[in-house]
Structure formats: C-alpha cells, structure tokens
Design a protein around this ligand. Structure first.
Ligand SMILES: [Zn+2]
Length: 250
C-alpha cells in the first residue's frame, strides 16, 4: 500500500525561508512564501521588510528575476516608509510628560505665572501660563514655541547647507514651515523648500540631511542613483541619518 502523496491545501503557505537577489542599489533580501497561487507578488513593509509570494513550483531563478525587475519599485516603497514620520503616541501636556527638541528629551514642567512663557531651564521644558494651564493651552503655547525655534534653526541650517552645496549653483530657496503628517520635507519647482515643523524635534544631523535632500532635488528630481550620489557627496552617511530620523523623532 502506498501512502497518498501529501497534497498542499489551497490556503496553506509554505515558508520558503529568506533569499536575496543582487541589484544595482544593493541586495534585496526577502522572505519567500509559497502557496497555491498562480502569480508572484511582492509586498513591502516598514523597516525594509520584503515578502515575496510565489506559486509552489515557481523556480527560484524565475522568482529572483521577477524581484530584480521590481528593484526600483521596492526601493521607492522603502523610501516611502522611511520618509514618513512614525506615528508617535500623542504626547501629554501635564508636568512630567517628555517632549523632544533637537533630539533631546525634556521633562515638561507646567506652572502658573504672571505671563505666558516657554523656556528650557536646567534640562526641563518649562511652560508658564497666565491662565488656567489646561492641556489645550499648554499644547498651543508649546506649538508656538516649537514654531519659533524651527524658524531660527531651519533657516540657520538652510544657510549652512546651501553654502555646503555652493558649487551646485542652486538659488537660495524660500523656506516654509508647515505641519505635515506624512513627510519631513518637500520642495517645489518655484524654488521653495517646505519643512515639517516637527522636524525640529529631530537631531541637528537629521535636519541637515533633510535640508540637503531637498536642496539636491533642485538638481535631480527623482530618487534614482544619480540623486543618491549627489546627496552622498555632501552627506556620506545619509542612510544612517535617515534611519535615525525615523527611529528617533517622536
Ligand atoms: Zn526626496
């Protein structure tokens, strides 16, 4: 009597381990999942995780060829996640809550006083309110303070970074600071750079990376190898800074 050969049920997924394929921009490492499907599909998740779903019998060579053909798309998807500010837990606005500024954490100290003010004193972010210090009022005062700081810091870094790129012949751009939920920065063909207000919470090295990134877009619009070569000439460790930016900023 022969044992019946085991048939893979329709929904079962066979873990194919991890595999990688070498591409122009570096190796693409992916988790391979096989199942009774007809086509090869790729999904990209935050943290540079790539999952490739393939038919049970598809050859590894065919799968690799398909992954390699989608290299540009995969890189674009990674960038999409990396340039998105992480969804941080909303900060509270009572004394003791932690708030970040230029990569440093500061404990919030809320008190009543003669006038509204925000200042950093002895490692604390001190918010003084004339009226009842409700969460809304503290939030509003803090946001105004962050905006004022961002105005000073961003312009300062833009001047320095623009000087760093002096040989590129980029006209000095107009700077705008906006609250953005999905990007750290953007630029317009009208010669303007928009920076996310909350970028002021990030370390200075990360702010510089975003500023240089946007300045480089005035020369190269797309995120191809030419663009990254240009960014790399001024910020050789741009990949680390980008990672740090997305891991640190809250
Ligand atoms: Zn860009």
């Amino acid at each position: 009597m022969r044992f019946p050969s085991r048939k893979i049920p329709k929904k079962e997924i066979v873990d194919g381990g991890t595999d990688s394929v070498a591409c122009e921009a570096g190796a693409i490492v992916y988790a391979l999942r096989r199942s009774r499907r007809r086509t090869v599909g790729i999904t990209v998740h935050p943290g540079r995780s790539v999952v490739v779903r393939a038919p049970l019998r598809a050859s590894l060579a065919r799968i690799r060829e398909f992954v390699a053909s989608r290299a540009a798309w995969i890189e674009k998807a990674h960038l999409h996640f990396e340039q998105r500010p992480p969804k941080a837990a909303p900060a509270g606005f009572a004394s003791g809550e932690m708030h970040r500024f230029l990569g440093q954490d500061y404990r919030l100290v809320v008190s009543r006083g003669r006038a509204d003010s925000v200042e950093i004193l002895l490692g604390c972010l001190c918010v003084t309110t004339k009226a009842d210090p409700s969460a809304d009022r503290v939030k509003g005062l803090l946001e105004n303070w962050y905006r004022a700081q961002a105005g000073i810091v961003f312009l300062d870094r833009l001047v320095l970074c623009h000087r760093l790129l002096a040989g590129e012949g980029i006209p000095f751009p107009e700077l705008r600071i906006r609250k953005m939920t999905s990007r750290w920065g953007s630029c317009s063909s009208a010669g303007r750079i928009n920076l996310n207000l909350w970028l002021v919470k990030a370390p200075m090295a990360c702010i510089d990376y975003v500023v240089v990134h946007e300045l480089c877009h005035f020369k190269v619009r797309s995120h191809g190898p030419k663009f990254w070569r240009l960014v790399g000439r001024f910020i050789p460790d741009h990949a680390e800074r980008r990672k740090r930016l997305n891991a640190d900023a809250g």
